[in-house]
Design a protein around this ligand. Sequence first.
Ligand code: SF4
Length: 479
Amino acid sequence: MEPDRKIAFEAVKIIRERKKELLLSAAVPGLGQVYGKRYLTGLSIFTIFTFPFYYWYLLGFPLNYGSVTLGSAQAFLYAIQLLDAKRGVKRETSPCEDFCPAEVKVPSFMACCEEGKLEEGFGIFFLSSPFPFTLGELCPASCEEKCGILPERPLRIREVHREMGRIVLEKLEIKDREPFFPLTDKRVAVIGGGLAGITAAYYLASTGVQVDLFERERELGGLINYIPEFKVNKELVRREIEYALSFKNIRIFNETEVKKKLEGYDWTVVSVGAQLENKLNEIEGEENVIYPLEFLKNPPDLKGKRLAVIGAGDTALDVARLGVRLGAEVSVFYRGKAESIRARKKELSAAAKEGVKIYTNCAVLGAEGGELHLSCGRYKYDYIVPAVGFKVDESLVKKLAGDRTSITGDTATGMTTFVEACGRARKTAAQVLKKLGLSERAWFTVDIYRKKPERVSGKNLFVVSESSLCQHCGIKVRS
Ligand code: SF4
């Protein structure tokens, strides 16, 4: 059985058990908790709830201030214990989980890796995102900033799930598959085949909803297609996308630009991203200005040329590093201070090592005759690439959105990271299921925790040694 299907079934079992516990607690307070093996909690609830009835009985059921107060307290206790039965055993999460925008169950997949159960870890990752490998390649890893095990050298969480994803994906047989639940007659359109759109399509289709995914480009993946090959293993990323979209109930419409609201669907998810490039007015109209998406898709001949890159985000550094590889002398100009650079430190040092010159506190004032005028001096260039951010095409979003529509990914917030966009899309999928009356099928909203194993038994040296360092800090399981 596929790893994500296995985890989904486990999650559904938990949802069903919770429902049973809720019903039992509604019939007899505390019984649901006992059924859920929380004996002490259940018996305490039962005793505290039933004891006052005996007291009333002894007094002959008087109706006075005292008995009304006692009755209200019992009603309150009844409601609270129902809530408790619905929530079941609660877990306090670890700092790394709290700081992961996709809410990846880090200690759980680490525990599986430690035991050598990579497929299980892979499945657990799917509770949060269908991209263990891709996020392992691209995520800025905010979780690692909070890892307290070795402050000088946090656990390489991102690399562990990238490696886990790679190993499992290379073995996985990808073929058309049935959804995890029986097919429904609900139809959802997902507009935009970037990582967020694919995430929404994956979760919705897995629950038996019929999904149509529309992408205006030939390749799915959105902005990921513009990331240079040297930075990410595109073959495995494509394999991961293929696996996420392998449900029989997903229809993919490539090279289909949707320009107005779609009819005939129960719900529409708009995830067209934030792909309008911000213009740099100071150099508008100058020759040899190429914006990043065009540059990354079709770079010009740069052998022996001077390339000026404006901005210091991830895209600017992708442009700069590609420029160096194509034989250009590359300088990056950033108007802010070094501390406010948004790109990852690792990216910055890689670019610097490859020969990219990075100038900070250097704003563009204008350009004339192949010379860039900057607040820090002048620079002769052959090409300029202004990589100064992206924005959402609001007018398009207005045309696509209607009553039964959710806007997700970067379309909802403006440009963020891949992991943030994917995290948002998963939450959107859960909301859509609720609107469609299918929230019982939202397996990816359930928390599944795997305890740290007693002994290390995995074979992959890096994955095992790194994950065995994880101490599951901050985690408390409470009844
Ligand atoms: S997706 Fe990013 S933030 Fe989340 S666990 Fe992986 S590396 Fe950390």
